[in-house]
Design a binder for this molecule. Structure first.
Ligand SMILES: [Zn+2]
Length: 170
C-alpha cells in the first residue's frame, strides 16, 4: 500500500468529473487500498479518487468511531429518501482546518459496487448519508464550499492561499 498526495482547494484538478470504473480489477483494488491508507493516515472519514488526482468513480469511507469499518463505493449512485434535509458540520481533506454547516438530504438510498466488484445497496442517514453526498460531489467536481456564500468562499480561498504560501516558504 502507498499513501497518496491529496489535492487541495483551489486546485483545478478537483473540478474534474470522474468516469465510471468499467472493471473492478487489481489496479482498482490497489487504488482502493491506497486510498484507505491515505484516508486513515489523514484522519478523514471519507476520500474520493478525485482528491488523489485519479478521475474514476471510487470512494472510500469510514464513519465508525473505532475506524474499523471501511466502506468502498465504486460507481456509486444515490437517491434521497423523502425530502427532509438537515445541516451538518462538514470538513474536507482537500480544505484542511475549515468547517461549515451544509444542508443535505437526511436519508439516502445508495447503490454501489464493493472492492470485489459485487453490487450492494444500503440505506443511510445522519453522518453516513452526509458523507455519501459530500464524496459523491467530489466525483462531479463539486466542493462543499460551493454551497457557501461567495463572501465565505473568498475567505476560505484566502486562507488556503496563505497556507500554500507558508508550505512553499517552509
Ligand atoms: Zn471532501
Amino acid at each position: 500500500m502507498a499513501k497518496l498526495p491529496i489535492l487541495e482547494f483551489p486546485d483545478e484538478r478537483l473540478r474534474t468529473k470522474a468516469v465510471p470504473v468499467e472493471t473492478v480489477d487489481d489496479e482498482v483494488r490497489q487504488l482502493v487500498d491506497d486510498m484507505l491508507e491515505t484516508m486513515y493516515d489523514a484522519r478523514g472519514i471519507g476520500l474520493a479518487a478525485t482528491q488523489v488526482d485519479v478521475h474514476r468513480r471510487v470512494i472510500v469511507m469510514d464513519v465508525s468511531d473505532e475506524r474499523s469499518s471501511p466502506l468502498v463505493l465504486i460507481n456509486p449512485e444515490f437517491t434521497p429518501i423523502g425530502d427532509e434535509r438537515e445541516p451538518l458540520q462538514e470538513g474536507c481533506l482537500s480544505i484542511p482546518e475549515y468547517y461549515a454547516d451544509v444542508p443535505r438530504a437526511l436519508r439516502v438510498h445508495l447503490k454501489a459496487l464493493d472492492r470485489d466488484g459485487q453490487p450492494y445497496e444500503l440505506e443511510a442517514d445522519g453522518l453516513l448519508a452526509h458523507c455519501i453526498q459530500h464524496e459523491h460531489d467530489h466525483l462531479e467536481g463539486i466542493l462543499f464550499v460551493d454551497y457557501l456564500s461567495s463572501l465565505k468562499r473568498d475567505r476560505v480561498l484566502k486562507k488556503m492561499q496563505k497556507r500554500h504560501k507558508m508550505l512553499q516558504d517552509a
